[in-house]
Design a protein around this ligand. Sequence first.
Ligand code: SF4
Length: 320
Amino acid sequence: MTQQRKHKIGASDLPAIMELEPYHCKRRKWFEVAGVKPEFEISDTFHTLRGKRLESIAADYFSEITGFKLLKVPPRQHPKYPFIGASPDRKILHPDKKRFPGLLEIKIPGQWHFKKIQQQGIPESWQVQVLFGMYITKWEWSYIAVFWADGWEMKYEPIEKDPDRMKDLQEIALDFWISVEKKQIPDAEATAVKCKSCPFKETCFKIGVEIKEKGEEKILTPSVPLVQKPALETKVQRFIELRNLKNEIEENLQQLRDEIKELYPTDYGEVIQLPKARVMYRKYQREQLNSKALKEQAPEIYSKFVYLKNIEDLRIYEIW
Ligand code: SF4
């Protein structure tokens, strides 16, 4: 099954090896590192293209707002374990030239992901990449810069050196490498979300995976055909991005609705006038038809009022 190994283990592989969201399949990473032939080639999505094409622009912007000088550097490998390495996006030169340089990791997400990071902070998977990069390069400090190109906004944060954690990451990388050398394939848990687009699915399923259940229903759908159509993929990804944004806006609106209801001065009645808005808040009951009960208890009446309507059903599930 395995061919010549293609890969070293790089900083960006660590999150998958650790099964951190959203890169969460250690077995898939094992197949990649072990050089197992994929069942199809994965083409660039607009997310990956955006990251590649805008990296230099984000680096320049980081330099402009922080005043740091940056350098492009080639990938590094560990002096003792050449099969582990890192490809820092940029080296940051310390203003005091006698001091060690720092590492810059650049991320360029879409709007929804950027807003999520602003609210919830830098994800652990990215912090792990940076720490492993610092461990390989021996650079003493680092920044992660998250750039949202459409809004021309950048969030950047230092990631503090953490020698204990970096040592743990080294152990994780070495153990993983040993499992590749010894051909010990990691256990895996299959889920519809993570397996649908996996280029090693047939190989993986032949070996056997634990299938994650959802209630009574098995949620794995391994027989769904994979379609590679870049124009469709772009539209679907754009749809997902906007839907995520809409969901976030709806959550915010709901929270505001609840807060407004709490502040509402009910002693003024149902309608009030604010300087720049009119607001109405009332609680009331209205009749609703229980069509399920009607169908069960009076099917002859139900059938007189029911009619067939043409339905178009488009469902899009996000997968990583
Ligand atoms: S099919 Fe699923 S469980 Fe198997 S390697 Fe791929 S992502 Fe992992």
